[in-house]
Design a protein around this ligand. Structure first.
Ligand code: NAD
Length: 374
């Protein structure tokens, strides 16, 4: 079978395969074609793909492959470029985009959603949500440091003492832990909250202080947060108000699977922050943790607080984001090519393969049956 690596639309800096993963995809028995310039925004020139024995082709040739690898979901125009019987792989957000699944299912197409990989131990090597969250958490700190007009680290100099910046990270999952690690390695004092008390040790182990809310929450059985109670939210809100008046930087990462992002930081909290403080709302694309954040935008409040609602944080480190995304995708292809014969097969009795298959030969197959998360 022929695999096509297509160029993403303007604004997406990542690419679905790197020269390194292309060589490994060829090792699975596939022919690989790469649309001219597909890796340019991630600093992977066409010559590097050619050195990995991929053939550089025009867009129509890449889109007419048996399997098309993408980062972003295809548009209607792009779906029209797929040949009958083709398989397309990308970040398809099946829960949020029923119209995309319906459009794909109008033809004999199969669609695999990288963001539907079940979060079980066996599938960790394909888990793009974790690999992208890790990059985004780091980048959120870099963006905050770039906006903040001061050092993160404390210094004692002949010209006087400089205190360390104080950073609050709300939500200590994959992205939050990456942000805590990055901010503390830059020398900031870092505090963190999360309704899952089991993260306290992880926060401390990377240099943060865990702020307990001390109101019992429903225990999660799958490692993910449940919606918090009113009593929890009330106490947490007091902590956020105390912290907002004290810290210089707030990075929010709080998400609850299947729901809109919880609102944590109010406009009054933002108004209490010092001028020049920075907030990065990593949940801005899912409704936002911070009142006043705008998805994709940088806003400055009347009291001089900068709120970043960027939704492309992983894409701001495009080479490594592509490297990790490409490796996650390669690991999926390995699973789907058990005989390394260049033939993609889908075993719907396997929970991972079933979960990612959101359209199969013109039928919508999402949502899959529930998976026991480990
Ligand atoms: P996520 O993106 O769904 O949520 C981000 C964080 O927000 C979580 O830590 C959550 O507890 C927190 N949160 C939710 N409501 C909040 C509130 N009101 N206030 C503050 N924080 C709130 O989660 P994630 O980062 O993708 O993963 C969470 C955990 O799941 C990880 O820490 C890990 O232990 C586990 N996980 C396991 C696997 C696996 O393969 N087994 C894969 C990925 C993640």
């Amino acid at each position: 079978m022929r695999i096509g690596i297509v160029a993403e639309r303007t604004g997406e800096t990542r690419v679905s395969a790197t020269p390194e993963t292309v060589a490994k995809i060829r090792g699975l028995g596939y022919d690989v074609v790469v649309e001219q310039g597909a890796g340019a925004a991630s600093s992977f020139p066409d010559t590097a793909y050619e050195a990995a024995d991929a053939v550089i082709v025009d867009g129509d040739t890449a889109w007419s492959s048996d399997v098309v690898l993408k980062v972003d979901a295809p548009t209607r125009e792009e779906i029209a470029r797929l040949k009958d019987g083709a398989t397309v792989v990308g970040l398809l957000s099946p829960a949020l985009k029923p119209e995309l699944l319906a459009a794909l299912a109008q033809r004999d197409l199969t669609a695999l959603a990288m963001d539907a990989v079940p979060r079980i131990s066996r599938a960790q090597s394909m888990d793009v949500l974790s690999s992208m969250a890790n990059i985004s958490g780091y980048r959120a700190v870099v963006e905050a440091a770039n906006e903040f007009g001061r050092f993160f680290t404390g210094q004692v100099t002949a010209a006087g003492k400089v205190p360390p910046a104080k950073v609050l990270v709300a939500g200590a999952g994959v992205a939050g832990l990456a942000a805590i690690g990055a901010a503390s390695s830059l020398g900031a004092v870092v505090r963190a909250t999360d309704p899952r008390p089991e993260v306290a040790d992880q926060v401390r182990s990377i240099g943060g202080e865990y702020l307990p809310v001390d109101v019992a929450v429903e225990q999660s059985t799958d490692g993910y947060a449940k919606a918090t109670s009113e009593a929890y939210d009330r106490r947490a809100a007091e902590i956020y108000s105390e912290q907002a008046a004290d810290v210089d930087i707030i990075i929010t990462t709080a998400l609850i699977p299947g729901r809109a992002a919880p609102r944590l930081i109010t406009a009054a909290d933002v108004a209490s922050m010092k001028p020049g403080s920075v907030i990065v709302d990593m949940a801005a694309g899912q409704g936002g943790n911070v009142e006043g954040s705008v998805a994709g935008e940088r806003t400055v409040t009347a009291n001089g607080v900068i709120i970043l609602g960027y939704t492309d944080l992983a894409g701001r480190l495009p080479a490594q984001a592509s490297q990790l995304y490409g490796t996650n995708l390669l690991n999926l292809l390995k699973l789907l090519t058990p005989d390394k014969d260049g033939q993609l097969t889908i075993d719907v009795d396997d929970v991972v393969q079933r979960a990612v298959t959101v359209v199969q030969h013109g039928a919508v197959t999402w949502p899959p049956p529930p998976v026991q998360v480990s």
